[in-house]
Each structure stands twice: as C-alpha cells, then as structure tokens.
Design a protein around this ligand. Sequence first.
Ligand code: ADP
Ligand code: ASP
Ligand code: MG
Length: 605
Amino acid sequence: MGISSVAIVVQKFGGTSVATATKIQAAARRAIDQHERGHQVIVVVSAMGHSTDELIDLARQVTPRPPARELDMLLSTGEQVSVALLAMAIQSQGVPSISFTGSQIGIVTDSFHTKARIRNISTDRMKAALDDGKIVIVAGFQGVDENYNITTLGRGGSDTTAVALAAVICASACEIFTDVDGVYTTDPRLVPDARKLDTISYDEMLEMASLGAGVMHSRSIEFAKKYHVPIHVRHASRPDVGTWIVDELAARRMGAVVTGAALAKEEARITVRGLPDRPGVVHGLFRELAERHVVVDMIVQNVAKDGLAEVTFTVDEDDLENSLSVVNKAAAAQGAASVQSDREVAKVSVVGSGMKIHSGVAVRMFEALALAGVNIQMITTSEIKISVLVARSQGVDALRAVHSAFELEVVPADLRFSEDPPEIAVTLVQKNQGPVSTESAIVGSAPGMEDLVISDVELDTNQARITLLNVPDKPGQAALVFRAIADAGINVDMIVQDISEQMGREAHTLLSFSIPSRDVTQAVEALTQLLGPNSVAVDPKIAKLSVMGVGIRSHTGVATRMFAALAAANINISMINSSEVRINVATDAAHGEIGLEALKKAFDI
Ligand code: ADP
Ligand code: ASP
Ligand code: MG
C-alpha cells in the first residue's frame, strides 16, 4: 500500500547527516522528494556534525560548571544554524520552505533546563505554512518554557522533537535519517556482525534505547508508543528501506526470543551500606534524586541484617557527582556506615518481547559471560530484558559474547515493510489522536504531552522467592545456579544479584530470584545438591506488585512514589525490578492486598 493521498510526513536529520553544505543539499533533496510525491513535509534537524559537543566544550572553557539556563541558550544556537541552512537549500532548489526555532513553532516545555520535557505543541503555525505549500523546517532538541526561557530536551533530543511533532500533527510516519541504515541487533560499531532488523516493537526499542542503544532517544519512543506513530529509521544517503519501529502486533517476529543487545558504557554504581532499616529511609534517598531528574537503574535493596540495610543502584556517569552529593548528605543524616561508588562499570543487556519467562535466556546469557571470563557484578531483570553490571574494561567483550550466544547475527523470519508505513499502524494513526489508553491516569498537576501515563497496577501471589546467601564473587556462579534451575524445568521470573561484599578473605554476593510457588521443593533440592545444605533461603509465598505504564524508568518519580506508598503502608520490599513499561517489587504475601490498595491510591487508578 502507499501513503494515502495527502499525507503528512515528518523527517528528521541527525548531526552527521547535515554536517556539511553538501549533506544539507542532499537532505533538502530527500525532503523535496516526499513533497513531490504530494505529501506535506515537516523536517526536524539537529545541529551540524559535532557542533553541540563543541558548544559544550566552549562553555566549559569559560566556566567549569555552566549554568543550565545559559547552556540551553547556547546549545539551541546549533540547531538554529542548520534549520536556516536547510530552508535555504530547499528554496534554492525551487521549493518554498520556512524555518522555525522550537519557540517559534510553539514547543512548550517545563523549565527543567538541559532535560526539559515537552508540555504541548501548537500546530497552528505549522499547519498554516504546510497549507501554503511550504516545507516546514523545525529546530530539533529545543523548546521554550512558559516564561520564554529557551530549554533543551537532553542529548539526542531531536528524535523526540520529530516524533512529538509527528504525534500532534497525526503524521503517517516519522522518518529518522541517520548514519546507519536502520536499527541493528546491537551497535554495529561495537559488534561488526550485528544485523539490521526489519522491524522492532515500541517496547523493545524503548528498552534498548533506555539501556544504551544510542540510535534513538528513548523519550521519542514513548511518544511513538503513546500516539501510535510508525517510525522508519534509515540511512540519510542511501535509498534502502531501513527499520520500522511499530506496535507489538506489526513487529512480531516468529521464534526470536531475544531481539537485541545493548551496552551502556558510561554507567556508575553507588552503594550505601549500613542504612538503618526504617521505612522511609531509602525512599528519602531516591526522592531527592528523582527531584533532580536523575534516572536511577538496577536498584537492589538488600535483605536487612542486624537492622541495617544496604542499597545499590546505577546512574549515568554524568549524574554521578550530582547523585553523590545527594546520597552522601542523606546517608550522613541517616547515620549510614558508608557510601561507595564505582565509575568503572558498564551495563550489558539483552532485550526481547519473546522472553517473558527467563529461564532459558538467563542461563544462555550467564553461560556466555562465564565462558568469556566476565564476572557479573549485579543482575536485574524485567519482563523483556536482563541486565548485568560488569567491569567497564570488559563491557565490549561481554556485549560481543552475549550477541553471539543468542546468534543475533543469524537472520530469523523477519517481517519486511516497504518505504511506506505499514497498514496496521496507519489505521491506528488516523483513528488515534491521543494517548493509547483512555483510562490511563496522568500523573502530575498540569497535564502535558510527555507526562507519565500509568495504566494499571497489578498483584501476583503465585510466586516464591529463593535467596542464595553466599555466592562466591567470581565468573560462572550465576550460570551454574540457573543451569540447575533450568535443568529442573523451572521458570524464573525476577532475578536480582547484589554487588559483592567482602567477608573475611572472600567476596560473596547475594542472589535472589522468584519462581512459581509450586516449584519450590524441586528448586531447593536442585540447589542444595549444587551448593550444599544451608545455602538456600526460601520464602514460599511472596506478593509481586507491579505498576504499568510508558516511560516508567525515565520519568524519575515513579519508583519513589511506589516506595513511598508502600512505606506508608508499612510494607517491606525484598526485590525491585524495572523497565520502561513496568516496575515490579516483591513483598511478603500477607501484605499483597494492602500493597495493591496503597498503589491504586498513590497512582489514582
Ligand atoms: P544522529 O546524529 O543521526 O542522531 P546518532 O549518533 O545519535 O545519530 O545515532 C546513530 C548511531 O547509533 C550509529 O552510528 C550507531 O553507532 C549507534 N547505535 C547504537 N546502537 C545501535 C543499534 N542498536 N542500531 C543501530 N545503531 C546503533
Ligand atoms: N544536537 C543535539 C545533540 O547533539 C540534539 C540531537 O542531535 O539530537 O545532542
Ligand atoms: Mg541521535
């Protein structure tokens, strides 16, 4: 099928794709091509080449800590250069065109400089220019707050501008032109035999992007999923069809459990030891981080010993300094024993909608890492991903090992789309003008386009928790454990492995996971055989509480709100895991129903 008569198409060109005058001419040509097919065209452009990096560098030469408002003022000039040049290029080829900055087009954001979120976008000016037959060029990555301060959306944010515009204007598709010819099973620069995917689902792409796949800004995929915008990622200077990012149904691939792997190289770990185990302590810590918009991942809260708890989590390395100042203060106020951090870590993840149950995937991943001699420092999972923390020096090797263990370079039965948007998504776009679920609750005071949407909370009481207390901190241990569990035919749901603790001369880690309650006896038998008696602790019935929505991890307040609600109800959390579409916690079974009610209230469900 083709795009119906007059469709609106949004195109986005990344920095490398507009790095020179020649490339700008080529981008102009691609916009004109769609225009000549009879479509209305909006083009979003990034700053030329590395100019954003250069501007940041310049600011740092003036002052080591540039004030965020002025940094935004400076960075927005990068995109202003490229929109003007692209509009000139298009006009020089005889087609009417007009350029706009974010504020001119009416992209209104909150006031969180350098990480602003879009509140709303007015379509009047865009529509008027389109109806005049013009190609509309919009500066990516920038907006304006209600006090006319210029804001930026965070590095890589032009993708988000493009998809947000596509959403408000009900475009048929959003084409992302970049320096690769699509979304690959992993970063092709790091793994040369990575394979281009024909399709990937919103949930998988959201998770991949949030776990390190820099090809798309993860917040752009939140928009795409909420507003059903089909995205076509393709090469700026090649005609080939790239990768379609579409809904689950359209993207479904037969047989593939794992779709891709990602590496987040710039991770840092923070561990707070010896925290008094009182409700509210840990929540206070995360609340302050959330208020500063620090995205926290891989949270592991350890079982308390002698009334003292321990919390470990990871943040982006750029956020480490900021986070440590918050955490150090909070830890001191609470009388915690110590705060440790490690910036030499990296996070390796596998992602796939087909993995809902982890047994096979976990063993395969952990065995591959063991074989490559990679020590796993921490593990966390969600329904559609497994992440491990490793030494940064081993990050790329770990990624390669995992990529080849899942044979991601081998072509499975992929769905192919053509140049034009897939039919299923187009119908949805035409029907839909707002967020996916009408029953969803918008969290926050003034509702904005990018607000968090929580769609449901859930309670599952059919699981048990197994805890292995003294797992030696060396390669291959997790592989052994999950091989034994998988061989016993038991499915594993949540997995959490904490950072190691020195005990005398040896370092040990704590490994917890949940399995169906009915399999407890069998699991204990298998593990006792492997690890000896007294090494396995069992909680035969736990309650798993979940909050579901879109953009859960990147909207920094969700976990905090969940912890606060549970703490207020005096409920202890024994395991935590999160993805962009869901956050799960395990508590004791007796508190399941109370917890569910507390969460419904906290999230207005
Ligand atoms: P742009 O400037 O066009 O926005 P980016 O540099 O932000 O481009 O994104 C493109 C880059 O993303 C690629 O060159 C590639 O190295 C990297 N990348 C990381 N993960 C992936 C992946 N899974 N598939 C494709 N590219 C990826
Ligand atoms: N120019 C901005 C950056 O380099 C935004 C973008 O390219 O998407 O981060
Ligand atoms: Mg980018």
